[in-house]
Design a protein around this ligand. Sequence first.
Ligand code: NAP
Length: 309
Amino acid sequence: MGETRVYDMIVVGGGPGGYTAALYAARAGLDTLVREKLSAGGQMALTEEIDNYPGYEDGSDGFTLAEKMQRQAERFGAQTAYAQVERMELTAAPKALKTSEGTFYARTVILATGANPRELGLAGEEALVGRGVAYCAACDGMRYKGKTVAVVGGGNSAAGDALLLSRIAERVVLVHRRDQLRATKIYHEPLIQAENVEFRWNSTVTELLHEEKLTGIRLRDVQTGAESVLPCDGLFISVGRKPATELVKGQLELDAGGYVTADETTRTNLPGVYAVGDVRTKPLRQVVTAVADGAMAVHMAEEYLAGGA
Ligand code: NAP
């Protein structure tokens, strides 16, 4: 299986950064293949409502936006192949990608593998996924209609999840280890105004209480050490992301958080290899910043293919 053909560019990951790279590459006449595990969109596809992507004045759900990005890139000749990439040889010439469907070769590689939800690491956490523990309010929120849920975290994801859940669940308790949110101000007022949202500041979750399903969580006040039990039907863990960099460890330079070290040029430490979207070091991980990366990466790749740096 696989092909002996050498693509100008293989894009690994079909989120907004990946498909924008594919769009720009295909329009530049580069022979381009997108390798995607399952379906387009990455984390974006799991987002119920995207209101901060320009041009969509009424917002869009992430899945639809992802499909549109894929179709737009394919209109110009980019191809998509569904396969799990198992190993990458990024210093080889051409670069080789070993996948579940064979080995594929390319002159340039764009890494657009994104970042996945971070776990709390509590006993039983993995086993309780789908039975009370969740990482995506947009995906699993509806299961908790009329119920009590807790959300852990203080960033934009946690604030957004708590707001979304306040429209579904009867009671939402936001648990954060600090005494204030880190989320952007736009979330603060609606959360405070929501009558069914409560805050447990300076608190961490120390235990998942359960029978077959989650029945509650044990909380610890980080200032006093006092413990308490919060009975709840669901726990949404929104404590950030971990970059999907397993495949490139040892080849690409990573920062302390595990993100690929690359500035706005998206160039990595290896010639012809670019990192776009949530997987690279950057101060703001958004759809708009991911798509900008995709365009930039192709610009740099074209220079490289033409014999530049
Ligand atoms: P984040 O901004 O890194 O926030 C993670 C939150 O989880 C922080 O409040 C952190 O606490 C807390 N946390 C981390 N580990 C924890 C642990 N073990 N136990 C308890 N709490 C823990 O992550 P994010 O909210 O997922 O956002 C990720 C990126 O996506 C950000 O760049 C964000 O701006 C972007 N995003 C944007 C939007 C939007 O604009 N609509 C929506 C979602 C995400 P500390 O505060 O104490 O560190």
